[in-house]
Design a protein around this ligand. Structure first.
Ligand code: NAD
Length: 383
């Protein structure tokens, strides 16, 4: 089947990228800034507003966005944007504000409610409002994807549409220096999960492999450095670029077992997205190992494992071991038992994960019992 690689977003990366905002926003624009309170607190919103002031644009700030955002938050942000009569959306933050902003930009010009598009397949007929995405975490890659992940009806459900691609992504490592080590680790592992799932998934092709493999290589070298010293601008820059590359790769090639399993953990237990991916990643790789041994062996090599003299199986296993070691280095919790609320949820989560469309891209077909086994290991490790 023919494959498509489509990335209409201008990706501008490197220290000082924020200063390029004036290329996409003019003095005649009225802007909604979509962000969260954490970003206001660390002074990054102020930095953006100073840039908007230099441009001469007018603005209003919507900062009421929770991690793992819900459909009602999109509705509130949209109502605020309409009240303010904005024509442009600028989002600064992690995946949560970026995803809300993407849907707001689309709904500013297209009629209807988010649920029409998320659940009922309503067609987008008009180009979205101008959207500039400024990521401050290096993990989701949302700044370069056609996807917004919003929780509704207890489900973390992605909306996918070309109209959600931002016009520009300004990926500025200077905006990531304030990220605490733990969020650096969680979000960086999200990026690694994107790259690995894109690479081993059924939708992978040489074009997406190039982005995914380069992203893995950069993350292996620079994520531990960014975790060890958040002020290391070179490490921040490389991790940020890797995150965008991994995001583009997974957006074009698809995801799999790990993200499908991660969904119910965020929608029911509000586990940070990067954390659930990080904890599930070695399990997902172990499960997929027999389906993609050569690719796993290649991942081991990117981790610096000398696979010479190893059997293919040993080399593939070395990739799982290397990811486990990285998780330990980044002080990722070994399990998610502190989030577990009810043992009975495990079966429900397993059924939901199996039914997620992401699972169709996984190289190995799981049974409900495979998913339940992994959920049991991460939620009830003592049993
Ligand atoms: P997030 O946006 O929820 O942010 C997590 C926390 O980090 C927040 O409290 C925020 O205030 C803080 N923070 C962000 N940047 C900071 C900085 N520079 N300094 C200090 N604090 C900072 O986290 P996330 O992991 O970036 O996004 C997760 C969301 O993205 C989930 O909903 C997930 O499903 C979604 N996602 C979307 C895509 C996509 O393609 N659209 C891909 C993957 C994940």
């Amino acid at each position: 089947m023919p494959k498509r690689f489509f990335l209409p977003t201008q990706l501008i990366h490197g220290a000082g990228a924020l200063k390029e905002l004036g290329k996409f926003v003019s003095k005649d624009d009225n802007v909604i800034v979509v962000t969260d309170k954490g970003l206001v607190k660390v002074g990054l919103v102020e930095k953006l507003l100073a840039e908007l002031a230099t441009i001469g644009a007018t603005w209003a700030v919507f900062d009421d966005i929770e991690p793992n955002p819900h459909a009602d938050t999109v509705r509130k942000a949209l109502a605020f944007a309409k009240e303010q009569g904005v024509n442009t959306v600028v989002t600064i933050g992690g995946g949560s504000p970026m995803d809300v902003a993407k849907v707001v930009a689309m709904l500013l010009t297209n009629e209807g409610d988010i649920s029409d598009y998320q659940w009922n397949g309503k067609a987008v007929t008009k180009p979205p409002a101008t959207l500039v995405a400024i990521p401050t975490t290096a993990g989701t890659g949302s700044e370069v994807t056609r996807t917004a992940v919003i929780i509704d009806r207890n489900t973390k459900k992605g909306i996918g549409n070309d109209a959600l691609f931002p016009k520009a992504a300004l990926v500025d490592p200077e905006l990531m220096v304030s990220l605490p080590p733990q969020i650096t680790a969680f979000t960086g592992m999200d990026a690694l999960t994107h790259a690995i799932e894109a690479y081993v998934g059924l939708g992978a092709n040489p074009a997406t492999d190039a982005w995914a493999l380069q992203a893995i290589e950069l993350l292996v070298e620079y994520l531990p450095k960014a975790f060890a010293n958040g002020a290391d601008l070179e490490a921040r820059e490389k991790v940020a670029l890797a995150s965008s590359m991994a995001g583009a790769a997974m957006d074009q090639a698809g995801l799999g077992f790990i993200h499908a399993m991660s969904g119910p953990l965020s929608s029911y237990y509000d586990v940070p997205h990067g954390l659930s991916n990080a904890v599930l990643l070695p399990y997902g790789m172990q499960f997929n190992l027999i389906a993609a041994p050569k690719k796993m062996a290649r991942i081991a090599q990117l981790f610096g494992v000398d696979t010479f003299g190893m059997s293919l199986r040993e080399a593939a296993q070395a990739a799982v071991d290397a990811v486990e070691q990285l998780c330990r280095d980044l002080e990722i919790p070994a399990d998610l038992s502190s989030y577990c609320q009810a043992e009975e949820d495990i079966e429900k989560f397993a059924v939901e994960a199996i039914n997620m469309f992401l699972m169709r891209n996984n190289p190995r077909r799981p049974r409900v019992s495979d998913c339940a086994d992994v959920f049991r290991k991460v939620l009830l490790p003592e049993k």
